[in-house]
Design a protein around this ligand. Structure first.
Ligand code: DCP
Ligand code: MG
Length: 386
């Protein structure tokens, strides 16, 4: 048996992202506790002498929550999602700034473009985080990571933290270990030393409910999870989630980095040797149709994709082309499900004329592995909340 080649996967997460973007614009606030999340009343005022006057958290009244905070504010106990009044009690002297999503989005595009110039295999995970597949990128790991961090800094003036590991699961955990401006590299052999001491919450996919439930079983660390009896986990979390827990506790994760350059739609079509009629050539057409769906399902499986929208394309003998599609309740890669949905579409087109071409496509694609991990996670959360 040949082992698949080891991968080199990075997770990059910007440091105190929104707050750091604000500090680019108000450099005089560096080193001070700053909280983002005010409304327009928190807009700094330009004074006659050229200096700026900032709103202070102690003057805040309302029901808003903290969007993010600088590390100086975090040292005072102020974190994302905390009520602003509570934050004001902890850090009355902190500066309050309004959120400015346009700027955050602009800087987000800039840092991603800078990274893409070095490592093009990027999976976008939101405004301030990405996964990178560095397996095919030349260079020693630490030097490569430093180059990426420098490129982000040069393009935006901002710092980020990078975790590099054999898979997404470990890379994500690692990017958080030495924040801010961190660089953490782990191999599979480092899992017992670096990952096992961590609380189970550090694993992306073990939410608050699952960790609570694990704590009731005496499982607080990843090491304890790795050592847990399989039947105990199965009993409390169900087979799928228990199996997933066991794998992640050992640092195992096969999910690919899904780049946005991957297709949004996958299709198969065929032009007939002679024009076919829906009634007279029913059997032949039906066979071709089923065959298309089977091949399409195989394409999806090969690309590890599932899709929610199934569509057909018909070209009539007079070269007119029509399409129809249907969106399913759940994404699928199953040949029979695709055949059924495509059949439904076929019933919605006129079939008096002969046909030259028939095509089937699946769109609204997502990653098969991502979906499975999410299902397992949701199921675990459900079990945990019972
Ligand atoms: N964010 C938000 N609401 C939250 C958490 C975060 O609106 N509950 C926003 C503000 C953050 C951005 O998303 O700046 C990125 O989230 P992170 O969790 O990466 O937090 P930060 O980048 O602010 O800090 P860190 O340095 O810990 O990554
Ligand atoms: Mg961040």
């Amino acid at each position: 048996m040949t082992m698949p080649a080891a991968r080199r996967i990075a997770h990059l997460d910007m440091d105190a992202f929104y707050a750091s973007v604000e500090l680019l614009r108000y450099p005089e606030l560096r080193g001070r506790p700053v909280v983002i999340g005010g409304g327009s009343t928190a807009q700094p005022r330009q004074l006659a002498d050229g200096t700026r006057q900032f709103a202070l958290l102690r003057d805040y009244v309302g029901r808003g929550v903290v969007t993010t905070s600088t590390y100086e504010a975090r040292a005072l106990g102020v974190f994302s999602a905390m009520g602003m009044m509570k934050a004001a009690a902890l850090a009355p002297e902190a500066v309050l700034l309004p959120t400015d999503f346009d700027s955050y989005r602009r800087l987000s595009r800039q840092f991603k473009a800078a990274v893409a110039s070095i490592a093009p295999q990027i999976e976008d995970r939101g405004i301030d985080e990405i996964y990178l597949d560095l397996s095919e990128v030349a260079g020693e790991t630490r030097a490569l990571a430093q180059r990426i961090k420098q490129a982000v800094k040069d393009a935006t003036g901002l710092s980020c933290s990078i975790g590099i590991a054999p898979n997404k699961l470990l890379a994500k955990i690692c990017s958080d270990l030495e924040k801010p401006n961190g660089l953490t590299i782990v191999s599979h052999d480092d899992v017992p030393a670096r990952i096992w001491p961590l609380p189970v919450r550090k694993i992306n996919g073990i939410g608050p409910k699952a960790s609570e439930r694990l704590a009731m079983l005496g499982i607080e660390t990843v090491a304890q999870l790795a050592a847990a009896e399989a039947h105990l986990l199965q009993e409390h979390f169900g087979l799928n989630y228990a199996e997933w827990l066991r794998r992640v506790a050992h640092g195992l994760d096969e999910r690919p980095v899904v780049t946005s350059s991957e297709p949004k739609t996958i299709s198969r079509e065929t032009t007939f040797e002679r024009d076919l009629h829906a009634k007279q050539d029913r059997a032949a057409l039906s066979g071709i149709f089923t065959d298309l769906c089977t091949r399409l399902a195989a394409d999806l499986l090969r690309k590890r994709c599932i899709g929610r929208t199934v569509g057909i394309k018909l070209r009539y003998a007079d070269f007119r082309t029509v399409t129809r599609d249907v969106t399913l309740p759940h994404a699928t890669a199953d040949a029979a499900a695709i055949r059924r949905a495509a059949g439904e579409c076929l019933r919605r087109v006129p079939l008096e004329q002969r046909l030259r071409l028939l095509g089937v496509r699946v769109s609204a694609l997502s990653s098969m592995d991502e979906a499975a991990a999410q299902r397992a996670a949701v199921q675990g959360e459900l079990f945990a909340s019972l």
